[in-house]
Design a protein around this ligand. Structure first.
Ligand code: ACO
Length: 430
């Protein structure tokens, strides 16, 4: 095995093993670094830290590559539906016809949520953000479906719990929308496929059954696949970290939902559309918008731009941009926000500030325009992201569960507070 010397002031401190992963990625194994040297490493934002071994998703940010279980994202979007990709992520391989059918049946059998949970929705404030409801409802599933802790056959029970969560979170997402819109809930219907069922629960009325539009169904499948996993991002790391304490799957996924909510992560899809709407309404020039995004004294950032890992065009953004044109053309409609987004992208990509920093559109820049075309309201976009990301979160939770290298997550810190102090009697304190 290859080793690297760590030197301090020209003197060898220790040697650490070098690990080369399946795609040639190199890392220094510092597992015993503190024990052997007394030093820790400092890496805010974990930009250089590999926190686990994972066989789920591979991405190369310099080349703009993304693969789930070895399959390129472009191929998955063209050739699979979301349920197949969810199966792939969770089980590690694409299902056969028989497995696909069994999985679809299991998803249908487990799609209802406990009647008592409907009261939770009703008692939520009408102005609640859908992500708040989603996170609360997912963690609330645990007492209603506690088999995970009682399992005699943990593998079988875990499979059931995974399928349950995939199915029930779709129902919860649709109920969340209807609660906020002040509409009665529509139950899932087993005659529909996964995505059709979701659209039916969203858009049916008690008097008129919604006939799912095939263009919407196709677009939804693709969008959910685009979001299905993205290795150790903020929300997935949250899921793995919570899972590392041996908290249950619902608790870990609920934490992932909360992490996703932020505008620097999945909340960016909502923020992009709000930004574009605001530009359209104010008539502010795009050049000025880009100038503001560059100004360090202005907190404004170009939402949907930049990425920790991609230093070239995000492959998901490339697919989403193409989808915008296709979906709008198929629906025979147009959207002024698409034109605006394309102009904004063009200006930014020719600006030295964005070029020097390798800032390109990320997945969230164009997806909102497609959700908008499907009639999904802006505050639901991050919920849609969460629905897509769910199989990835589950796959990472399960992977952690089976990995002999995994330990409870517990980083160190660089302490910057006061040194040891003595408590003075109260009358002597100033
Ligand atoms: N607009 C203007 N400047 C930007 C932007 C942006 N959107 N993104 C990064 N920069 C600048 C930073 O100010 C920084 O400049 P500096 O070197 O002069 O200090 C430089 O580019 C590097 O950016 P960092 O913030 O250090 O990069 P980091 O990896 O920490 O952050 C992030 C990545 C959070 C995505 C950031 O680019 C951002 O805030 N983007 C806007 C929000 C967004 O679209 N989030 C969705 C990301 S995709 C996802 O999570 C699904």
């Amino acid at each position: 095995m290859c080793k690297a010397d760590i030197m301090i002031d020209g003197k060898k401190l220790c040697e650490v093993p070098v690990i080369v992963d399946n795609m040639g990625g190199k890392s220094l194994d510092i597992t015993n670094f503190r024990k052997e040297t007394g030093y820790i490493t400092y890496d805010p934002g974990f930009g250089n830290t590999g926190s686990c071994r994972s066989s789920i998703t591979y991405l190369d940010g310099e080349k703009g590559l993304l693969q789930y279980r070895g399959y390129p994202i472009e191929d998955l979007v063209e050739n699979c539906d979301f349920v197949e990709v969810a199966y792939l992520l969770v089980h590690g391989y694409l299902p056969t016809v028989k497995e696909r059918k069994k999985y679809a049946d299991l998803l249908n059998e487990n799609s209802l949520i406990h009647p008592q949970m409907r009261n939770f929705f009703r008692n939520y404030p009408d102005n609640a953000h859908p992500m708040s409801i989603l996170a609360a409802m997912v963690v609330s599933l645990q007492p209603f479906y506690p088999e995970i802790d009682l399992a005699e056959d943990p593998e079988k029970q875990m499979d059931l719990n995974v399928t349950r969560l995939l199915s029930k979170m779709r129902t919860i997402a649709a109920f969340t929308y209807r609660k906020i819109a002040g509409m009665e809930f529509v139950n899932p219907n087993s005659k529909y496929s996964y995505c059709e069922n979701f659209l039916n629960m969203m858009f049916s009325s008690p008097v008129k059954e919604y006939v799912p539009n095939p263009i919407h169904i196709k677009a939804l499948n693709k969008l959910l696949i685009l979001h299905a996993d993205h290795e150790q991002n903020c929300s997935t790391t949250a899921v793995r970290l919570i899972g590392s304490s041996e908290a249950n799957l619902y608790a870990a996924v609920s934490a992932g939902i909360c992490a996703l909510w932020g505008p620097k992560h999945g909340g960016a899809n909502q923020a992009v559309i709000e930004m574009l709407e605001q530009i359209l309404e104010s008539g502010e020039s795009l050049t000025k918008i880009v100038e503001r995004a560059k100004d360090k004294d202005d907190p404004f950032k170009l939402m949907g731009f930049g990425h920790r890992v991609y230093k070239t065009y995000d492959p998901r953004a490339k697919i989403a941009r193409k989808m915008c044109d296709e979906v709008l053309a198929d629906l025979g409609t147009s959207d002024p926000l698409l034109e605006l987004a394309e102009q904004l992208e063009d200006i930014a990509l020719h600006d030295p500030y964005f070029v020097e920093r390798n800032l390109y559109p990320n997945v969230d820049f164009y997806t909102g325009i497609i959700f908008r075309a499907m009639g999904i309201p802006t505050n639901m976009y991050t919920v849609m992201f969460a629905l897509g990301r769910l199989p990835g979160w589950i796959a990472h939770y399960l992977e952690w569960n089976h990995d002999p290298y995994e330990k409870i997550g517990r980083p160190r810190q660089l302490y910057t507070g006061p040194q040891t102090k003595k408590i003075l009697p109260i009358e002597e304190r100033t």
